[in-house]
Design a binder for this molecule. Structure first.
Ligand code: MYR
Length: 283
């Protein structure tokens, strides 16, 4: 049996205690305010949104350096035969490609990089499932195959209060969204083929949320065992309200609570809300 290490990036937002519990190594992306580069882990979410509100110039983000990945892989290679790296979508960040390049340059360990095609805690669910599979003794190819099948059935829908952040960062696809119309719509967004596109264009946040609820209802109403996560960008009360509504509704599901941290918050803006779900396979 081969000894496998699990690595992810900071945008999975897996809390530190869970990372420690499951031996998950996290490689941080960066947030840049003016001349200052912060590793994502060094900024609390509250401080970040406060800084973003007060900044003269809005922040930008960058992927981890190839050197950081190489160093991480090399170190893990001293105690493991293989590494599975689970990154945020390759359609919104160069992190996946950089991890692949670093893996090719590391010769003391076999590195497999998995493109989650999503981000945040939905990516986090893949990471936790992979770590649990390692503990069950599955081989890397079996774990990667399970992750692929999990990905096919995972969903992530989200809405931004102000679409100009996504537009500014060049992460909003969908040719029909012209600048002038950005402020008048609150589309439900999702990932399609690794990039962010509007799923449905609606005019109010209330209608957007109702749409996400109906999509979840379709998947959960027949008793499917799902891990559901409510994700928020510094909007805990709203997220609590949504989570409370979902908790009583579908007995076979677990409802979790997560957040859009600094890197994703830079692109979505404060106040954004998302709901994602995956099939519960590994407890
Ligand atoms: C980088 O600089 O490489 C990071 C770019 C991150 C772009 C993030 C775009 C928004 C993603 C929203 C994910 C929502 C998942 C539920």
């Amino acid at each position: 049996m081969s000894d496998i290490a699990i690595v992810t990036d900071s945008t999975a937002y897996i809390p530190q205690d869970l990372r420690e519990q499951y031996d998950i190594t996290m490689v941080p992306l960066n947030v840049i305010f003016g001349e200052t580069v912060f590793k994502e882990e060094d900024l609390t979410t509250e401080t970040f949104y406060e800084k973003m509100r007060e900044a003269d110039e809005l922040p930008t983000t960058s992927q981890p350096s190839i050197g950081l990945f190489e160093e991480t892989f090399h170190q893990l290679g001293q105690e493991h035969d293989e590494i599975i790296v689970i990154t945020l979508s390759s359609g919104i960040s160069g992190t996946y490609q950089t991890a692949v390049a670093a893996g090719n340059m590391t010769d003391n360990v076999n590195v497999h990089v998995f493109d989650s095609e999503v981000s945040c805690m939905v990516q986090g669910f893949f990471v936790l499932a992979a770590a649990k599979m390692v503990r069950k003794g599955l081989e890397s190819q079996a774990i990667l195959a399970q992750l692929e099948s999990m990905k096919k059935k995972s969903r992530a829908y989200f809405m931004a209060d102000d679409l100009s952040h996504l537009h500014r960062g060049g992460r909003l696809n969908g040719a029909q969204l012209v600048v002038g119309s950005l402020l008048q719509i609150k589309p439900v967004l999702h990932f399609d083929n690794k990039v962010i596109v509007p799923y449905e264009k609606v005019r109010t946040a209330k209608k957007a949320l109702a749409k996400i609820f109906s999509l979840l209802d379709n998947d959960a109403k027949d008793g499917a065992a799902l891990d559901i996560v409510v994700i928020h960008a510094n909007r805990p009360e709203k997220a609590e309200e949504i989570a409370a509504e979902l908790k009583g509704k579908y007995p076979a599901t677990n409802v979790h609570f997560s957040y859009f941290g600094p890197v994703i918050g830079t692109h979505l803006g404060e106040g954004s809300i998302g709901i994602g779900w995956v099939e519960t396979k590994y407890k």
